[in-house]
Design a protein around this ligand. Structure first.
Ligand SMILES: Nc1ncnc2c1ncn2[C@@H]1O[C@H](COP(=O)(O)OP(=O)(O)O)[C@@H](O)[C@H]1O
Ligand SMILES: [Mg+2]
Length: 266
């Protein structure tokens, strides 16, 4: 089983060989795809007159502030526009893709964060109302297994239901990590617009989970979530995580063969 996460950045800038590469590999590997698309959510929200606000946690993780209207826009754009663009792209090339949101078949349950610790402009810690974001609390894999057993490739959008059945925005990287961990995936591939984690201007080719945690404060926005998600995937039972570029020729084959990428394992 391979779990792949497409960043929003990949969607609009992918290598033409990506889908055919996925098709080839999916012939003898079960695959689940999870996507992000935060930038598109921001674009559509702005067009709808809903300015998006971003917050930074004391540990340096940046995220969208999701009020009720934003949660609706997020659900609409992720499970509608973006999910269907990806499904269409895959189906067009002969892959039996099925788009599901994280709430279908109870895939993702999350606990609503009622309070959030954030840093203000002066770098001081403040507590604000949490809005509609959640920390994933459970993953039900039965729908995903049913689909992959039947030869389908599930394409999952990062939305979860709260204990009160509210839509919650969950981060795409972490959704992929939790799904991969619960599926005990052999590989989790974060396909993005850079070839992996860079430190001191150099690509980090290999790192352990504990090194990853240690480096976290030194890593910038975007990549910091992938590194955190990588440690979660490994902790939950995925065997190996790869962060690599979606802009190179045959990106999935390259990632599987550890060509020019970051590999994280326990
Ligand atoms: N240390 C780092 N190494 C590599 N990329 C980094 C680092 N710090 C920040 N980044 C940024 O993280 C981005 C990838 O994350 P993001 O933009 O969220 O992509 P995605 O849409 O795939 O989630 C890179 O384009 C890069 O600008
Ligand atoms: Mg991202």
């Amino acid at each position: 089983m391979i779990v792949i996460k497409f960043g929003g950045s990949v969607l609009y800038d992918l290598h033409p060989s990506l889908i055919e590469d996925m098709r080839q590999i999916s012939l003898n590997q079960k695959m689940v795809l999870v996507h992000g698309g935060g930038k598109e959510v921001t674009n559509i929200a702005t067009k709808l007159g809903k300015e998006q606000r971003f917050i930074v946690s004391p540990s340096g993780i940046r995220s969208r502030y999701t009020d009720k209207e934003t949660a609706e826009i997020y659900t609409m754009v992720m499970s509608g526009k973006i999910n269907k663009i990806i499904v269409r792209m895959l189906v067009e090339k002969g892959i039996r893709a099925v788009g599901v949101s994280g709430i279908d078949g109870n895939i993702l349950k999350a606990i609503r964060k009622t309070k959030l610790a954030v840093l203000n402009e002066k770098g001081r810690k403040m507590i604000i109302e949490g809005g509609y974001t959640g920390k994933i609390s459970s993953v039900e894999t039965s729908l995903l297994n049913t689909l992959t057993d039947g030869g389908f490739l599930p394409v999952v959008s990062p939305i979860a239901l709260s204990e009160n059945y509210e839509y919650l925005n969950v981060d795409g990287d972490r959704a992929a990590a939790y799904i991969a961990g619960n599926l005990k995936a052999d590989k989790v591939i974060f396909l993005t617009n850079v070839n992996g984690l860079h430190l001191d201007d150099k690509l980090v080719r290999n790192l352990t989970s504990s090194q990853a945690k240690e480096y976290l404060p030194k890593i910038g926005f975007g990549m910091e979530k992938k590194i955190l998600a990588s440690t979660e995937a490994l902790m939950l039972g995925a065997k190996e995580v790869i962060i690599s570029s979606g802009k190179v020729s045959n990106p999935i084959t390259c990632a599987i063969n550890h060509v020019d990428c970051t590999v994280i394992s326990n």
